[in-house]
Write a protein that binds this ligand. Structure first.
Ligand code: PHB
Length: 377
């Protein structure tokens, strides 16, 4: 996305990816786009398929004690969310990049960055690129953040005593909207990818062994945690994919070291409960592309200097929201019956008070992009 936004400003970039094209296109990730992310893609001219195939949702359900309660985002905030797989976003961006003819290297290895050079090996050739700027968009396990001296970074993090077991099933979604459920046996989430594909998750142990979860056991547990008094339950079908997603909150500050800028998961991780990961990455690169454009067009440094603070203001709000959703909806191994009753009380409040519902809704659909000084742009 950054490469494309820079292209629109007439700025050259070289994109280096360690994985293969098939891997990044096939790998199933999250699938909820905030309205601001959709707007950004549409304005950047990469939103045609998203508008055609994305599934617009005007709310979600919170389920507990066997009942579903709807939160109406559209009515409370005037905004909706769009279900469109992250790998579909990646597919569209790769196609857009290819159409520009600008460089995009897959399966590069030996990638190393300093403040102003990027070295990598591709097709058995050594590349050494002199860069005005480097954007580390290479995820939590990438090489960019570790290239910054540790004395320059401050890290804040929290692990959770659970993870998600996720499946993709060939089954028509049985609800038009997502269902987040807290059950005595733990969290479960009903989501989807298309009119024919359901995506489901179950809270499990962080070190859960997949071989202990044959398909029948996965369905049985999902049905127990999601079954509703009104008779609603997910449709079943062949399981196409199964995996465990870890849960962590993490922020590295500042998101810049000289001419190296961190964006997305390279700088921050949220647990998936708030569906914020991809959206935060989009917000980061939107701020960064504008700062770089102002540098080249008007010789301005100020937006580059503000980059980290502006992004972090939004990142911390999303951290708070993701942590809150996670704590409200999961059963912690160190929790007790008091905690469970408190969580139920919180869910009752969130699904009955208009103020509380609005707070959830405005965070879920996406807060406006604000800078550190509270100015919206
Ligand atoms: C998903 O569809 O993969 C999904 C939806 C909502 C979440 C996380 C993941 O909070």
């Amino acid at each position: 996305m950054l490469g494309h936004l820079l292209h629109l400003e007439g700025i050259d970039s070289v994109i280096v990816e360690n994985r293969s094209r098939d891997y990044v296109i096939e790998r199933v990730r999250a699938g909820v786009l905030e309205h601001g992310t959709v707007d950004l893609m549409v304005k950047a001219g990469v939103g045609d398929r998203l508008l055609r195939e994305g599934m617009r949702h005007s709310g979600i359900h919170l389920a507990f004690r066997g009942r579903r309660h709807r939160i109406d985002f559209e009515e409370l905030t005037g905004h909706s969310i769009t279900i469109y797989g992250q790998n579909e976003v990646v597919k569209d961006l790769i196609a857009a990049r290819a159409a520009t003819g600008r460089p995009l290297y897959f399966e590069a290895d030996g990638v190393a960055v300093s403040e102003s050079r990027m070295r990598f090996r591709w097709n058995e050739e050594e590349h050494d690129v002199a860069c005005d700027f480097i954007a580390g968009c290479d995820g939590f396990h990438g090489i960019s953040r570790p290239s910054i001296p540790t004395s320059h970074l401050r890290v804040y993090d929290r692990d959770y005593p659970f993870a998600w077991l996720g499946i993709l099933a060939e089954a028509a979604p049985s609800s038009d909207e997502l269902v987040y459920s807290l059950h005595e046996r733990g969290f479960a989430l009903f989501s989807m990818r298309s009119p024919a594909i359901t995506r489901l998750y179950l809270q499990c142990a962080p070190d859960e062994a997949l071989h202990r979860w044959p398909d029948e056991r996965v369905w049985e547990e999902l049905m127990t945690r999601l079954a509703n008094a009104d008779g609603w339950r997910p449709n079943t079908g062949p399981i196409l994919q199964k995996g465990v997603t870890g849960m962590r909150s993490f922020v590295a500050e500042p998101m810049r070291w000289g001419r190296l800028f961190l964006a997305g998961d390279a700088a921050h991780i949220v647990p998936p409960t708030g569906a914020k990961g991809l959206n935060l990455a989009m917000a980061d690169v939107s701020v960064l592309s504008r700062a770089l454009a102002a540098y080249y067009r008007d010789n301005r440094q100020d937006l580059l200097d503000e980059y980290s603070d502006r992004c972090l203001a939004r990142v911390w709000r999303a951290q708070r929201f993701s942590w809150w959703m996670t704590s409200m909806l999961h059963r912690a191994s160190d929790g007790n019956e008091f905690d469970y009753r408190r969580q139920i009380a919180e869910l009752e409040y969130v699904t009955s008070s208009r103020a509380a519902m609005t707070s959830l809704a405005e965070n879920y659909v996406g807060l406006p992009l604000e800078n550190a000084f509270g100015v919206t742009n």
